[in-house]
Design a protein around this ligand. Structure first.
Ligand code: FEO
Ligand code: CA
Ligand code: CA
Ligand code: CA
Length: 591
C-alpha cells in the first residue's frame, strides 16, 4: 500500500509501506516490467533455460546469475536514445543451493558441487551485454542481436598498467603475467566519458584456497585479502587455477577494475592495475575542472578504505585513440577523514613516505598489488564497509555508501564512522573544492566532508540521522548502490535490511539540497531474500532499471524449497535473479 506524503520534498511519488513478501512492489502509479532473467538465451545459438539440466555450454550463452551493476548504453552509439540500447550487467556470484536441484543449502551445497556444476557456475559469473528495445511502452530484450555478448570466468582478458607482468602475476599458463582468464565477483562498476564500461572485482578471495593461504611467502598478503585455506567455493577441487597449492599466484590476477567497450562484442577486456587491487565495489567517474578524470572506488570490507584514481592526463572528447589507455597512468589516492570536517586524499606512490623498499614495496606494482597494506601505512581512515562512491552530477558533491559494520567497537569509532556496532550503515558526503560551481576540483588532495544520513529506524536505533519530517516508511538500512537523477536527487538501493530490520531491501529517494535534504522515501521493495542493485535511468528518465539480485537467499532456502519463486512463481522452478524496468503508467518522467 501507499501512504500520503508529508514534509518538503521535490519528489512526487506516493511512498510504499515497508513489508517483507514473496513479491516485489513499487509506488502507486508505476509499473514493473520484467526484462531478462537468469538463464534467458541471449546468444543466437543459445538453448532455452532448463534449470533441471543446466550445462556449462548453455549457461555461457544465457544470461548469468546474480545481476548486480547495470548500465544502459544508448543505440545508436553517441545518441541519447531511451527506447533502444545495450544493457551491460555484472553477474557477481552464484547461489549454488538455488541453482541446482538436490544440493541442500549454504556451504554444504557448495561442498557437493560436481566438476560440471562448478563449470556452470563459472559460466554464470562475469557479465552480459544485451540489446533492449522499448516498443508500445514495453521493454524486452533482443534475443539474437549482433551486440549480445557473454563474458564469463573463462573469457580471455589482458592485464595492463604498472602491475602487468610483475612476477607475482605470472603463472604457468601465463608466464608473462599479462593474460588472464575471466573476471570474478563483479559487484558494482561504472563507465567512462569515452564510452567504455568498468566492472569491479570485489570478493575474489572466495574462490581461491589451499595450504599457501596460511604458510609460505605470500600467506600474509593472502590473509590481508581474506583468502582462506578452505575457500567458500569448491572450484579448486576441480580446477587447478583455483587451488593455491598448484597455482599460487592466480589470486593476484583478481581484485582489479576491468574496462571494455560494450559496443564491440570482440573487444578484449583489460584489467587496469593502476586503479589498485582490493575488493572494489565499483568505480564511478567525475570529470575534474582541468579535464582529468577521477574514479571513485570503495573497498567493501569492514574497516577498509575509500579510494580515488586521478588520470595523469585530461581526456580528449571525440578521440578514442587518445583515451584508450588513459587508465594506465595516474595516481591512486586513499581517504583520510579528520574530525574537523576536512579530509585528505593520500597518494599511493612508490618511494613516497612509507611506501619504500624497507617496508616491502620494491615498485609501484607492489604498492598496487597490496594497496590495502600501503593504505594502512599512509594512515587512511578505516570505514564501515565502503560500497558505491558516486558524484552528484548537479552539485559535484560525492556520496559514500557505508553499508554497515557490526564489528566496530566503541574504542574504534572515528568522526566519519561514529557509531559502534553500526549494523545499519550511513552515507558520508564529500564536498570537493569548487562543488556547487561549474568547476569542481575532483582531483584535489583536500576536501570537506559531513554525514548525509545515518541509517536505521529512528526512535529504535541509536544515532540515526535523517530529515526531521521522515515518515514511518522512509527509514532505510544498509545503503549499497546509488544513482542520481538530473535534478540531483539521490536514489539509494539497500542490501541487508531483511537481516538487520525484518523489512525487504528497497530503493529510496531523497533531495540532497534544499528543504527536503535527506528526507528519504520508499519507492520500490524487493522480493524475499533479494537485494536491490544497479539503479540506472535511461537518458530521458522515463525508465528506471533495477537489478534484483539473489531472490530467495534466505537461511535454509533451496532449489527444491525456496522462500520465493520470484519472478516466475512456477511450481518446481527456482527463483531467478532478474532485471526489471520501472515506468510510470502515464509514461512521464520518474520522480
Ligand atoms: Fe557486492 Fe559490496 O557488495
Ligand atoms: Ca554492492
Ligand atoms: Ca550483496
Ligand atoms: Ca552489499
Amino acid at each position: 500500500g501507499n501512504t500520503p506524503n508529508g514534509g518538503p520534498s521535490s519528489l512526487t511519488f506516493p511512498e510504499l509501506r515497508h513489508q517483507l513478501a514473496q513479491r516485489d512492489a513499487v509506488a502507486e502509479g508505476h509499473e514493473i516490467q520484467l526484462v531478462i532473467r537468469w538463464g534467458d538465451p541471449i546468444l543466437a545459438d543459445a538453448p532455452e533455460h532448463d534449470p533441471h539440466r543446466q550445462t556449462p555450454e548453455a549457461q555461457a550463452r544465457q544470461f548469468g546469475y546474480n545481476n548486480d551493476y547495470l548500465d544502459f548504453f544508448p543505440l545508436p552509439q553517441g545518441s541519447r536514445a531511451s527506447d533502444r540500447g545495450l544493457l551491460v550487467v555484472n553477474h557477481e556470484y552464484t547461489n549454488t543451493n538455488l541453482m541446482f536441484p538436490g544440493l541442500g543449502s549454504g556451504r554444504e551445497a557448495r561442498a557437493r558441487v560436481t566438476a560440471g556444476q562448478a563449470a556452470v557456475e563459472r559460466a554464470a559469473h562475469g557479465l552480459s551485454v544485451v540489446e533492449l528495445r522499448k516498443e508500445g511502452g514495453r521493454w524486452s530484450y533482443v534475443r539474437d542481436s549482433r551486440w549480445n555478448r557473454r563474458i564469463t570466468a573463462e573469457t580471455p582478458m589482458r592485464i595492463s598498467g604498472p602491475a602487468a607482468g610483475h612476477p607475482r602475476l605470472r603463472t604457468e599458463e601465463d608466464p608473462a603475467g599479462t593474460r588472464v582468464r575471466g573476471t570474478l565477483n563483479n559487484c558494482a562498476g561504472g563507465n567512462t566519458p569515452w564510452g567504455t564500461v568498468l566492472t569491479a572485482e570485489e570478493n575474489f578471495n572466495l574462490y581461491f584456497g589451499g595450504e599457501a593461504a596460511t604458510a609460505g611467502p605470500q600467506a600474509a598478503a593472502y590473509r590481508r585479502y581474506g583468502i582462506l585455506k578452505d575457500p567458500v567455493y569448491g572450484w579448486g577441487r576441480h580446477e587447478p587455477r583455483f587451488d593455491l597449492d598448484r597455482t599460487p599466484n592466480e589470486p593476484n590476477r583478481f581484485g582489479w577494475v576491468v574496462e571494455f567497450d560494450p559496443y564491440d562484442p570482440q573487444s578484449v577486456p583489460v584489467k587496469r592495475t593502476a586503479l589498485g587491487r582490493f575488493k572494489h565495489e565499483g568505480a564511478t567517474h567525475a570529470i575534474s575542472a582541468d579535464g582529468r578524470v577521477v574514479f571513485y572506488s570503495g573497498d567493501d570490507e569492514r574497516f577498509e578504505y575509500v579510494y580515488k584514481f586521478v588520470t595523469a592526463r585530461p581526456w580528449t572528447p571525440g578521440d578514442p585513440a587518445a583515451n584508450r589507455d588513459l587508465l594506465d597512468a595516474g595516481t591512486l589516492h586513499v581517504a583520510r577523514f579528520e574530525a574537523n570536517g576536512t579530509m585528505r586524499w593520500l597518494p599511493l606512490v612508490h618511494g613516497q613516505g612509507p611506501l619504500t623498499e624497507a617496508n616491502g614495496f620494491a615498485s609501484q606494482a607492489e604498492v598496487l598489488i597490496e594497496a590495502r597494506r600501503a593504505a594502512d601505512l599512509l594512515g587512511a581512515t578505516p570505514m564501515d564497509r565502503p560500497e558505491d562512491v558516486e558524484a552528484n552530477p548537479v552539485t559535484g558533491r560525492v556520496y559514500v555508501m557505508l553499508t554497515n559494520n557490526g564489528s566496530r567497537k566503541a574504542e574504534q569509532v572515528n568522526a566519519a564512522n561514529p557509531r559502534p556496532a553500526n549494523i545499519h550503515g550511513h552515507i558520508v558526503e564529500i564536498i570537493p573544492p569548487g562543488a556547487g560551481t561549474g568547476r569542481v576540483d575532483h582531483a584535489a588532495e583536500e576536501a570537506r566532508w559531513g554525514i548525509f544520513l545515518a541509517a536505521g529506524k529512528p526512535g529504535i536505533d541509536p544515532g540515526t540521522q535523517y530529515h526531521r519530517a521522515l515518515s514511518n516508511e522512509g527509514w532505510l538500512s544498509c545503503p549499497d548502490n546509488c544513482a542520481f537523477d538530473s535534478k540531483g536527487r539521490i536514489w539509494i538501493a539497500t542490501d541487508g535490511a531483511p537481516i538487520t530490520s525484518g523489512v525487504a531491501d528497497g530503493l529510496y529517494a531523497a533531495d540532497t539540497v534544499g528543504p527536503g535534504r535527506a528526507l528519504t522515501r520508499l519507492f520500490y521493495q524487493a522480493p524475499a531474500g533479494a537485494e536491490v542493485c544497479g539503479p540506472c535511468f535511461t537518458p530521458d528518465e522515463r525508465t528506471l532499471f533495477l537489478a534484483i539480485q539473489h531472490p530467495g537467499e534466505d537461511t535454509g532456502s533451496t532449489f527444491d524449497r525456496p522462500t520465493t519463486r520470484w519472478p516466475d512463481f512456477r511450481e518446481g522452478a527456482p527463483p531467478r535473479p532478474s532485471i526489471i524496468a520501472i515506468v510510470r503508467k502515464d509514461g512521464s518522467v520518474i520522480g
